[in-house]
Design a protein around this ligand. Sequence first.
Ligand code: NAD
Ligand code: UDP
Length: 312
Amino acid sequence: MKYRKRVLVTGGAGFIGSHLCERLLNEGNDVICLDNFFTGNKENIVKLIGNPYFELVRHDVIFPYFAEVDEIYNLACPASPIHYQFNAIKTIKTNLVGSMNMLGLAKRVKAKILQASTSEVYGDPEVHPQVEEYRGNVNPIGIRACYDEGKRCAETLFFDYHRSHKLKIKVIRIFNTYGPNMHPQDGRVVSNFIMQALKNQDITIYGDGMQTRSFCYVSDLVDGMIKMIASRDDFTGPVNLGNPTEFTILELAEKIIKLSGSKSKIAFRPLPQDDPKQRKPDISLAKKELGWSPGIQLEEGLLKTIDYFKKF
Ligand code: NAD
Ligand code: UDP
């Protein structure tokens, strides 16, 4: 009988986690989805419930959890600025105490563990595009710091567990990712613009819209995550995973208006504090080590995402 790997996904009911759980099940794994449902949603995983190889656990990673597993993907953490700033101290706790709990579990059961880190570790970057060697430009006392510094310290913990306990770690730095199962009210740019466009409301651009981001479709990202956990043991990362095609936020707004056939107008709003001016991953390392690069262009991914948001 084929051995089914036992895989734990923290934050599994969230946007990326739900796609990852589905993919892991389709590949014949035994999946535990752990979530406290802060920003995640049962709707995201409802179609997986009933699959005998899928278990859903309501649990908060700031408390220890034990299960015999082979691999852990640590995604638990709110990802959108309004949600991670809602309770900044809890965000830090989730990143630090949550990561320590999962690293402790990995150590005990000798599991391989992947950390969902972020391009936010580069802060408002002065190096463009961002390479993994760049150490970043983060404001440690700003409103984004609970997330940025939380994720930076989580990376530190991963590398200290690796050095001290020879843990098999995998650290990925995810750049802006979008797709179905994003929370419709989570305040991120793609979900905001699509919801506004579908309702013919003003599209709210913060600042002048000249800031840039590079958007990766979720299935491409999940491919990269699976390749990363399967990569050779001495490849720890950090490795950037994202789509290197860069757009201004104004270009994104115009594309979404066009693709959704919306009558929305653009409305400019104040730029939040510490909003990064530019972001684009250098993915040479992911190409070399994982043979990975994203395949879905922005228009194709946006059309699928617009279709998903029509139900709200
Ligand atoms: P999301 O908010 O949809 O998912 C996060 C999930 O974690 C949710 O289901 C939430 O309920 C759960 N969670 C939060 N705190 C928890 C806790 N204390 N205990 C247990 N569960 C908890 O966000 P996402 O976009 O799917 O992001 C997933 C991961 O990827 C996050 O760690 C995020 O920082 C990282 N990431 C995402 C992006 C992106 O563009 N989507 C970019 C960089 C990094
Ligand atoms: N943004 C915007 N309007 C919105 C939501 C976001 O102009 O309704 C901008 C935001 O200021 C930032 C970019 O879009 O410059 C991406 O924001 P998001 O919160 O999605 O992600 P992050 O800033 O973490 O990359």
